[in-house]
Design a binder for this molecule. Structure first.
Ligand SMILES: [Cu+2]
Length: 124
């Protein structure tokens, strides 16, 4: 009786393992986020270029520092921070990527040079 239950359990485990193996081998559709490249924003001569970006929810932005100095990509404004992202870009070629999952306008700035400002407008 016990042996019977045990071997039945073994069969279930083996079937689950086989199903998992088949699932791993099956081709998967690419996730939607991979379908499009992130929108590029250059951090260049103390400016975000372009300063304003519009995109759909789920889209990504990648900032790349082209200056030799450290900048930050910090959500909100110098007067009113927003707790969404705050990334330091320490010198040339430093990158920061962020996925915008909620509709709305997100202002951001550089914490080291608060006159550097940008905006991401996200729509559903
Ligand atoms: Cu800066």
């Amino acid at each position: 009786m016990h042996d019977c239950v045990r071997s039945a359990a073994r069969v279930v485990v083996a079937a689950a393992a086989l199903a998992a193996a088949l699932a791993l081998g099956a081709p998967k559709p690419a996730p939607a986020a991979q379908a499009s490249e992130p929108t590029a924003v250059a951090v260049d001569t103390f400016q975000f270029k372009p300063a304003r970006v519009e995109l759909r929810t789920g889209a990504r932005v990648v900032w790349t520092n082209h200056d030799d100095v450290t900048h930050t990509v910090t959500s909100g404004t110098a007067e009113r921070r927003v707790d969404l992202f705050n990334q330091t870009l320490p010198g040339k070629d430093a990158k920061f990527e962020f996925t915008f999952t909620r509709a709305g306008a997100v202002a951001y700035f550089c914490n080291r040079h608060p006159h550097m400002r940008g905006e991401i407008v996200v729509r559903d």
